[in-house]
Design a protein around this ligand. Structure first.
Ligand code: HEC
Length: 222
């Protein structure tokens, strides 16, 4: 009888719905205040090159087809590795859990794919994985990644969220110029494992094609 009464009283019905929904929301939100999402011990924030790659990943909408969240089911841990822990995302702003798996989960792809594999796959997925419906991303081999903005992102999360970036992360141009060689050295290490000569030449000139940053990011997903 209570339900009949409730259904005929829109105001109380709406209030009851709100209570149910807020309760469901609280179950998701409260654990984070209880510090469940603390960084894991020994966890380092992403490098500037990896951050630039994460920006490419977001710009090219990889997360519309790929999740980064391995659930605690045997079918998933058998395929992808250990299930994801909330603390692993502590430095990710934003985190890229995603909600759709047209392609496989990528949270630990760095454990089983390599630089040269990604290079070939991003250029022509169907050539590497027959029947693949993933689009090719040829433009990433010529477009340049924005490593300066990625550096600024690191400075920002350091200042706002106290993400543990070192003293080299100051918001000045001089500090960026001093830090840039570190990013280029990291890019050179990735390019050394690639075969595309244009990419290698660009890196030798001090430029960072998007594909180099993206691969650094994918390799860091472990
Ligand atoms: C339209 C959906 C779609 C988009 C967008 C997409 N992918 Fe994929 N991706 C797939 C599918 C389907 C597969 C499985 C077939 C294959 O390996 O090519 C896949 C496979 C992969 C794999 C191999 C994973 C493994 O475990 O073998 C990687 C790495 C990957 N994608 C990275 C990316 C990146 C990086 C982007 C963005 C630049 C991206 N994908 C965008 C659909 C997509």
């Amino acid at each position: 009888m209570f339900f009949h009464w409730l259904e005929k009283n829109p105001f109380f019905f709406a209030s009851a719905v709100s209570i149910v929904i807020s309760f469901a929301g609280l179950i998701e939100i409260v654990p984070n205040f209880a510090k469940a999402a603390q960084p894991l011990v020994d966890m380092k924030p992403r490098s500037v090159l990896e951050l630039a790659g994460k920006d490419v990943y977001m710009k090219d909408n990889c997360n519309t087809c790929h999740s980064q969240l391995i659930r605690p089911f045997k079918s998933e841990t058998d395929r992808y590795g250990d299930y994801s822990l909330s603390g692993e995302y502590a430095y990710d702003r934003p985190f890229l859990w995603g909600s759709k798996r047209t392609g496989p989960d990528l949270h630990r792809v760095g454990n089983y794919r390599t630089t040269d594999w990604h290079e070939n796959h991003m250029l022509n997925p169907a050539l590497i994985v027959p029947g693949s419906i993933m689009p090719a991303y040829k433009h990433q081999f010529t477009n340049l990644a924005d490593i300066e903005t990625a550096y600024a992102e690191a400075v920002t999360v350091k200042n706002i969220f106290h993400t543990p970036y070192g003293d080299e992360f100051q918001g000045t141009r001089a500090a960026w110029e001093a830090y840039k060689p570190t990013v280029l050295a990291e890019a050179a290490a990735i390019a050394a494992d690639m075969k595309n000569q244009d990419v290698k030449d660009a890196v030798a000139k001090g430029e960072v094609p998007e594909i180099v940053a993206l691969i650094a990011y994918l390799n860091s997903l472990k």
